[in-house]
Design a protein around this ligand. Structure first.
Ligand code: GRF
Length: 204
């Protein structure tokens, strides 16, 4: 089976990245992770990529003349590896026009809330402060806004009365690790279609 070529962009821990690699190495997987790019030299995710034998690069934005130049370099790496889908996994920057145009409809992100509730930083803390009873996570296509693109998959997670930010984040993260690889599989099944704000799974 020809496998879809995926790059992961990350800034930190990289647990979603390792969950994707685990899934991609199952016999029935239709994708493989070919490249990791980070904006942070010390991102643990970069070390995990090296340990998993996946080509990894650090491109610190400070070394470029601006956002466009930074993203052009990212695009050059993506094109060199013939990447078909870019997955943001804890990548702490907004994607600009250079990358968005080159990979229109081919950039995904995961966010630890049921969007459109609680975009941005500390989504789990925001959910607790708001007294939400059900939180969760969302995989969505990336557009120029903050966590605002068309939704591909969501998983609800019940908020417990005694939850801390930490305990809730841990339960949500477990679900992130399930739904993100699944969304990637959907993408490479060729059945995902973006109709305005709505993502549908076309019949086979
Ligand atoms: C996850 O909670 C993800 O939803 C958010 O950033 C976090 C990244 O975690 N966008 P990890 O680096 O994948 O462990």
């Amino acid at each position: 089976m020809k496998k879809g070529r995926v790059a992961v962009l990350l800034s930190g821990r990289g647990s979603n990245f390792t969950a994707m690699v685990r899934d991609s190495r199952r016999a029935d997987a239709n994708f493989s992770i070919r490249l990791v790019i980070s904006d942070q030299e010390n991102a643990p995710g970069l070390r995990k990529a090296a340990a998993l034998d996946i080509p990894n690069y650090c491109l610190p934005p400070g070394k470029f003349s601006g956002k466009d130049a930074h993203e052009k370099e990212i695009c050059a790496l993506l094109e060199r590896e013939e990447i078909e889908l870019v997955c943001l996994a804890g990548y702490m920057r907004l994607i600009g026009p250079v990358l968005l145009e080159k990979f229109a409809g081919r950039i995904m992100n995961i966010h630890p809330s049921l969007l459109p509730s609680f975009p941005g930083l500390h989504a789990q803390r925001q959910a607790l402060r708001h007294g939400q009873k059900i939180s969760g996570c969302t995989v969505h296509f990336v557009d120029s806004g903050l966590d605002s693109g068309p939704i591909i998959a969501q998983q609800a997670v019940r908020v417990r009365a005694d939850d801390s930010e930490d305990s809730l984040s841990r339960r949500i993260l477990r679900q992130e690790h399930r739904i993100y690889p699944r969304a990637i599989r959907f993408f490479f099944s060729g059945r995902l279609q973006i109709l305005g704000r709505t993502v549908i799974m076309a019949d086979k």
